[in-house]
Design a protein around this ligand. Structure first.
Ligand code: PEP
Ligand code: MG
Length: 889
């Protein structure tokens, strides 16, 4: 294998091997752009080093050969005393990883060559400043010396000299500083700063390899779900200097605005400086446009290069450049990060420019970005009362009463209050409170703190590390700058997109994208916001491309109508249990408690017209589109009062000697129906089989509702779905009864109803015997919630709040299997069941209605295994449409 690639040998598609930076440096080199010569050591070399603790045997010679070639080209040797070649050593993984060791500049400088550099550059100060930077960076990143020690020494030098900025230190001061820095290295690292240039370079390369397994890098990878075995590449690049006088400088630029996508000149420039100075904020940068006045030739060349890059990458690029004495050099480029809104805008702009086609445009946006655009935001005009600012950890706008512990958060939210959980920092014990809260605010911790990570996972608004706020959880209050005290119960507002914290209630405005989906804003209108226009077009691309249909999980007309506005092509799951609550609970109670056939029939008779009305409304809302109605699923005890509450009531009545016959009867029934494991108990089809008349009442209601809609010239398309089937026999029995009821209704009303009957596949046995089940089912809908629960043996109601954080931290899975389909386990059952079902019945309709139906990654999976549709909650329909389109293009 080859471990080292010259910049002339690579290209942008070799990111696995050369890392993002190396691949793009090679690409620019091959485009003929001015890139300082250099070479890249591959991720393979890093992997060997990490596995064995040693560099691959061939690496040293390969590096020597490439260094020789570089020296020849540059006409000077690394660290040459009278005219040194200097290089930078930078890490560069496949994915950019800000948590990692970055850069060592000026490698090749030593006590001797610093003199040569001074002479060559005609600038003694510059040479000594470069040398002290090398010792500082090398000491910190390669030898592990605490960086503050160097910073402190630098501060002290400035104090002694009574100057404010380091540019005011002269060569003599810097010379002294170099001596001091070398002393720091000697004491802290227990070795001299190496004078041999090749030793400097080799140690820096090794340090980059090792940085892959640094704590911050590992944590970052876990959070961003970057595999741990990729390794990093190392780029060795000849140095160019932006700090050689006013005709030098350094800058960053975007080929278009990363916020709006508009084309133009976006970037910053800093005269007479190195890249590090920009980051350190020592002096203020100027807008890139000003470079035109400073150095027109370089400016024009830069504009040209940016155009070349955009046309070549066909995307927004960000770049870093340096001008050394009037000569422009490109130090880095990559496809630039952008806001969610800009992603949509840029994708359509590039289509209009003819750079990409519709299919490619769909690859430039994600469902997650669309979801982000659907969050409500704070009203810009009404943002008053800002009291603090933290890190924007998880987007959204949240308003609520401040509470300072999880218990209160849960208690208050149960009683209908909106709360913001305020903590110094959160830990796994706060999970319940985080779930209950509208948003989370912490005064400590960064983007990778527990609060931030968990909130992002839950899609909950979070601001963390707002250090200006003094949180006192004991006294349940927080003090904001200026001394104002926020007590428990005071309303605050937090903006997870900007990190800002406000006192009181900041009005929230709905997202324009949601307004558009709701039909309250028309993309065709002249004043349509550019963003909405872009979303509108991308959605059209997606709808044209996708094969999967998208339905909604909805069980009332209101949700159904919204779903329709959002683009639903039917209802994939109407859960009828929601129709048995409220006023009807009493009827259900009577049904459950009935002692005689007559009593039971009476309750069913009363429920029938109510159920029918529900369905008439639903079929009307979804006229012309399929509506899958699922018969009653949950265990009956869910419709009865809580056992403890009821026991107390009975005991109280007893002690007061009040009549309590009914309560007693109820209590007996609750005891009778009580199950240790209700999720695996008397529910779903099992209910239908043991409670006479229940399912047939529901079927009758569906059939009569459909007949009524037909009579009203409607186009009802009902489908009846049986839950929790494990064997075809269960389905056959229910089906026979249902067919009979339907036939009766058809005869009575004189209409042909064409009601399809199908089943959920949500138990492993159902999936394993799908071929048999398909004999009795006209459609399957995969219930991936229960299927995940039963395949993993994870209680879906408990595990996420109990041990999943630990599982995620240990990397057992990167994301909850209840959120994204577990392809290898649950997914493989879906795949084989789909195949077996279709083998029995080629026209078997296949869908999914578990939560996964609206999850981007899962949608791609369902596309791949050939399902006909996904069904998800109304709000996720646009995301599902988009991802289905992306999956198909
Ligand atoms: C499922 O199990 O995936 C499903 C959709 O049904 P429910 O969530 O109602 O159990
Ligand atoms: Mg289920």
């Amino acid at each position: 294998v080859k471990f080292v690639y010259d910049f002339t040998e690579g290209n942008k598609d070799l990111k696995d091997l050369l890392g993002g930076k190396g691949a793009n440096l090679a690409e620019m080199t091959n485009l003929g752009l001015p890139v300082p010569p250099g070479f890249t050591i591959t991720t393979d070399a890093c992997k060997v080093y990490l596995d064995s603790g040693e560099e691959p045997a061939a690496l040293r010679d390969e590096v020597s050969a490439h260094l020789d070639a570089l020296e020849q080209r540059m006409g000077k040797k690394l660290g040459q005393a009278d005219d040194p070649l200097l290089v930078s050593v930078r890490s560069g993984a496949k994915f950019s990883m800000p948590g990692m060791m970055d850069t060592v500049l000026n490698i090749g400088l030593s006590d001797k060559s610093v003199q040569g550099l001074a002479k060559q550059a005609g600038d003694e100060r510059f040479a000594w400043d470069s040398y002290r930077r090398l010792i500082q960076m090398f000491g910190k990143t390669v030898l592990g010396v605490d960086g503050d020690l160097f910073e402190d020494a630098l501060e002290k030098a400035k104090e002694t000299k009574k100057v404010a900025v380091d540019t005011e230190l002269d060569a003599a001061d810097l010379k002294k500083l170099v001596t001091k820095f070398k002393k720091i290295v000697k004491t802290e690292a227990g070795r001299d700063f190496p004078q041999d240039p090749r030793t400097q370079m080799d140690l820096a390369i090794k340090a980059v390899f090792e940085s892959w397994n640094g704590d911050r890098a590992k944590l970052y990878r876990r959070q961003e779900r970057i595999p741990h075995d990729l390794g990093t590449a190392v780029n060795v690049c000849s140095m160019v200097f932006g700090n050689l006088g006013p005709d030098s400088g350094t800058g960053v630029a975007f080929t278009r605005d990363p916020a709006s996508g508009h084309q133009g000149v976006y970037g910053d420039y800093l005269q007479n400086a190195q890249g590090e100075d920009v980051v350190a904020g020592i002096r203020n940068t100027v807008a890139l446009a000003e470079l035109e006045q400073i150095d027109k030739k370089s400016y024009d060349q830069l504009m040209q290069i940016m155009e070349t890059l955009e046309n070549h990458y066909k995307d927004l690029c960000d770049i870093e450049f340096t001008i050394e004495r009037g000569q422009l050099w490109m130090l880095q480029t990559r496809v630039g990060k952008r806001t969610a809104g800009a992603a949509f805008r840029i994708a359509t702009q590039l289509v209009d420019q003819g750079l990409i086609d519709e299919a490619e445009a769909l690859q430039r946006v994600t469902g997650a970005q669309l979801a982000q655009l659907m969050f409500p935001r704070f009203d810009d005009g009404a943002r008053v009362g800002q009291v603090g600012r933290g890190i924007a950890a998880s987007p959204g706008a949240a308003v609520g009463k401040a509470v300072f512990d999880s218990y209160t958060a849960v208690k208050w939210s149960r009683s209908g209050e909106k709360v913001i959980l305020v903590r110094r920092e959160t830990n796994p014990d706060d999970l319940d409170g985080m779930i209950a809260a509208e948003g989370i605010l912490t005064s400590r911790g960064g983007k990778t703190s527990h609060a931030a990570v968990v909130a992002r996972g839950m899609g909950k608004t979070c601001v963390c590390g707002a250090e200006d706020l003094e949180v006192d959880t004991k006294r349940r209050r927080m003090t904001v700058p200026g001394g104002h005290v926020v007590e428990e119960g005071d309303v605050i507002s937090i903006d997870g997109s900007s990190g800002k914290v406000y006192l009181g209630e900041v009005p929230v405005v709905p997202s324009p994208v949601v307004e558009y989906f709701e039909g309250r804003m028309h993309a065709g209108a002249d004043d349509a916001d550019e963003l909405v226009q872009a979303v509108h077009r991308i959605m059209a691309f997606a709808d044209r491309k996708r094969r999967l249909r998208v339905r909604a999980n909805a069980d009332n007309a209101e949700d159904a109508l919204r779903a329709r506005r959002f683009g639903a092509q039917g209802i994939g799951l109407c859960r009828t249990e929601h129709m048995f609550l409220g006023d009807r609970r009493e009827l259900v109670e009577r049904l459950i408690l009935a002692d005689t056939e007559a009593e039971r029939e009476e309750s069913l008779k009363q429920l029938l017209p109510l159920q029918k009305k529900d369905f008439v409304e639903l079929f009307e809302a979804m006229d012309g589109l399929p509506v899958t109605v699922r018969l009653l699923d949950p265990p009956l005890h869910e419709f009865l009062p809580d056992i403890t509450e009821l026991s107390v009531r009975v005991a109280l009545a007893e002690s007061r000697q009040e009549p309590h016959e009914n309560e007693l009867r109820l209590l007996q029934a609750v005891h009778r129906l009580h199950e240790q494991n209700p999720m695996l108990g008397l529910r779903g089809v099992r209910l239908g089989l043991v409670i006479p008349g229940l399912f047939t009442m529901q079927v009758r209601a569906i059939a009569e509702a459909a007949a009524e809609r037909k009579a009203a010239k409607g186009d009802p398309r009902a489908e009846i779905m049986i839950p929790l089937v494990g064997t075809v026999q269960e389905l056959e029995i229910v089906r026979e009864e249902a067919d009979q009821v339907i036939a009766e209704v058809e005869a009575a009303t004189g209409t042909r109803l064409k009601l399809a009957i199908g089943t959920m596949i949500e138990l492993p046995r159902a999936a394993l015997t799908a071929g048999q089940i398909a004999e009795a089912a006209e459609f399957f809908s995969f219930g991936t919630n229960d299927l995940t629960q039963t395949v993993w043996g994870f209680s879906r109601d408990d595990v996420e709040a109990s041990f999943f954080t630990a599982y995620l931290e240990k990397g057992i899975f990167g994301v909850s299997p209840f959120e994204t389909i577990d392809k290898d386990g649950v997914g493989s059952l879906v795949k084989s069941a789909a195949k077996a079902g279709r083998a029995t019945r080629p026209d078997l309709k296949l869908g999914v209605c578990g939560e996964h139906g609206g999850d981007p990654e899962s949608v791609h999976f369902f596309h791949e295994v050939g399902l006909d549709y996904v069904s998800c909650s109304p709000f996720r329909i646009p995301v599902a449409r988009l991802e289905a389109g992306r999956a198909a293009s």
